[in-house]
Design a protein around this ligand. Structure first.
Ligand SMILES: Cc1cc2nc3c(=O)[nH]c(=O)nc-3n(C[C@H](O)[C@H](O)[C@H](O)COP(=O)(O)O)c2cc1C
Length: 421
């Protein structure tokens, strides 16, 4: 069995509304252990584990914690539960099925870095998750796991839920910070980074839901044992949101090192009716689209770095041979054109032009000049936008130009032969 259930092991075992049930299943044990440790030793363990952020960018968590820990005065911890990337649903499951695990991770992080206040920023559409997280926080507070003098120690920390209004860009760190402050979700120019100036201009540590859930796991088995799980590219386990043309869509937890094909075939049961897989999009709308021949790569293979994108937050979207490549790319580009916050010109105007160009391929009207324009505009947007939205949005175009060049040439040749629609 290729699954390794660590962060999901309590799913459907405990009642998410029952704190005693969580405690009876090792819940808050690692918080209690952490409170006996030197805070810096906790960060050391996370460093040894080589934990990377699970929100998409894959940055080393200990580096962020270290730099945040040295800041003094008021500082905040934020749990990013915006999960607006199409194809991702892992954070919703974590919140709905094991919510105290997230609070435990945030508490460990706060104790290690000296933060007194935290926010969980949840996308507005996740109504059930919002209800559960609010209930969980109240229970934790009533039982002295949140508030002042937690478990009769000198450690104090509290958490507030902030509900997003449904903008994809609000998952981006600075747009999220603006939104927490009650402003429209728009990115900021960086530096300074959130660890220096974040919420209300105070140092802020932002991590993804799944990243926080890894902290109790690391303390339980130790950093050394944790870094032995996975591959040479990445350590630990990864939650995969599997969707599209597979028989068993759903959430799976596998160690890094598992291949994309194993996830699709062994866990997903392959395509319905055994139709051939034409392409797979990794990470979500901002991820690379790869052909069937590349499915034997690890889920976090460095080869994807050529597109500045690896697995993102862990979506695998399978598409069989009934799909048109350009329909998929068009849907992605329309999504980004709609979700651009409008602050910077390349993103605001560029995505509208990308939609127009991709539409020409969809309608068999594209020329070689359109291909050249699409290629150069994709690069310009990638290189000049202010935030990660535009830096990653052209990935489906760039990756398909690399892996499916014949699809582009066939479309252009079709028009040249005078058979445009
Ligand atoms: C447009 C955009 C949307 C994002 N959405 C999310 C999101 O929904 N959840 C998330 O954790 N990170 C998201 N990110 C990444 C965050 O900016 C940030 O890197 C992450 O929350 C850091 O946490 P980590 O280090 O634990 O991954 C997004 C980034 C961009 C550019």
């Amino acid at each position: 069995m290729i699954e390794r259930r660590e962060l999901t092991k309590r799913f459907d075992v405990i009642n998410p509304f029952d704190m005693d049930d969580f405690i009876a299943h090792e819940g808050y044990d690692m918080l209690k252990k952490a409170l006996t440790m030197d805070p810096l030793k906790i960060i050391d363990e996370i460093q040894t584990a080589r934990l990377t952020g699970r929100g998409g960018a894959g940055f080393l968590t200990a580096i962020k914690m270290n730099s945040f820990q040295t800041e003094i005065g008021v500082k905040y911890i934020v749990c990013n539960a915006d999960e607006g990337e199409p194809g991702n649903f892992k954070d919703r499951y974590l919140m709905e099925k094991d919510p105290h695990q997230i609070i435990e991770g945030m508490l460990i992080s706060a104790y290690a870095t000296g933060a007194l206040k935290g926010y969980i920023y949840i996308r507005g559409e996740y109504r059930k998750a919002i209800t559960i997280m609010k209930h969980t926080i109240e229970d934790a507070r009533a039982n002295h796991y949140l508030g002042t003098h937690i478990l009769d120690t000198n450690f104090s920390f509290d958490i507030e839920v902030r509900r997003g209004a449904g903008a994809y860009v609000c998952g981006e760190e600075f747009a999220l910070i603006e939104s927490i402050e009650g402003k429209p979700g728009r990115t900021r120019v960086k530096p300074p980074y959130p660890a220096q100036k974040g919420v209300y201009q105070h140092p802020t540590l932002i991590n993804n839901v799944e990243t926080f859930c890894n902290l109790p796991f690391i303390l339980r088995i130790g950093g050394e044992a944790y870094q032995n799980i996975g591959s040479r590219y990445a350590t630990g386990t990864k939650l995969i949101s599997l969707s599209g043309n597979v028989q068993h869509k759903g959430l799976y937890e596998v160690p890094y090192g598992t291949t994309i094909r194993q996830v699709i075939q062994e866990l997903g049961g392959g395509t319905p009716n055994n139709r051939p897989i034409k392409m797979v999009q990794l990470g979500g709308a901002c991820g690379a689209i790869i052909p069937e021949e590349l499915l034997d790569m690890d889920i976090d293979n460095e080869r994807f770095e050529i597109f500045d994108s690896k697995m993102g937050a862990g979506a695998i979207i399978v598409m069989d041979d009934s799909h048109d490549l350009f329909d998929i790319i068009l849907r992605n580009m329309e999504f980004f054109a709609h979700e651009s916050c409008g602050k910077c010109t390349p993103c605001r105007e560029g995505h509208i032009q990308l939609v127009r160009l991709v539409e020409k391929f969809v309608l068999y009207e594209a020329t070689e000049q359109d291909y050249a324009s699409l290629k150069s505009l994709a690069s310009v947007i990638h290189e000049t936008t202010l935030c990660g939205l535009g830096q990653t949005s052209p990935t489906s175009i760039k990756s398909t130009m690399e892996f499916f060049p014949e699809e582009y040439t066939k479309r252009i040749a079709y028009r040249r032969r005078g058979r445009s629609l």
